[in-house]
Design a protein around this ligand. Sequence first.
Ligand SMILES: [Fe+2]
Ligand SMILES: [Fe+2]
Length: 168
Amino acid sequence: MSATLSYPDAVDLLDADHKLAQKMFLDYKAMSQDGAPSEAKRTLAAKICQDLSVHTQIEEEIFYPAVREAIGDDALMDEALLEHAEAKELIARIRRMAPNDAAYDDMVQQLFMSIMDHVMEEREQIFLKARYSTADLRGMVPQLYARKKELQTGAPAPAPAGKKKVPA
Ligand SMILES: [Fe+2]
Ligand SMILES: [Fe+2]
């Protein structure tokens, strides 16, 4: 539980992922410019793809549905899901590519641009609206954190323990 305390609410937790992803993309760019071996770049790209997959999944399973209900803006949330689908497609393409493929760096760069556009939209619209809504952003932290750890370690999802009803 204590590890979740570093995130005051769901937006902080999700934005910490965004910042880490941005840092890794910039590290990748630097490696690429320095002519790093393709295997080393592939290792970092694989980590980026894995982290982004976990991130989009916890958003889609936990954060987006709660926020959609609280802000009542289906168009905005549908657009975000479309952007996730685009990112997933790029991730799948990167995973299928050989690391020495001439287009590998370009594909990682394309994912970087696509993710940063999406992050801007989350920050400027979804996160902002969520914070002005009734969504329980603080209450979501332990659930987001636990699901993230579970997906990172590949552990099977535990059977749902009888859902607690939170009194209004
Ligand atoms: Fe997202
Ligand atoms: Fe996000």
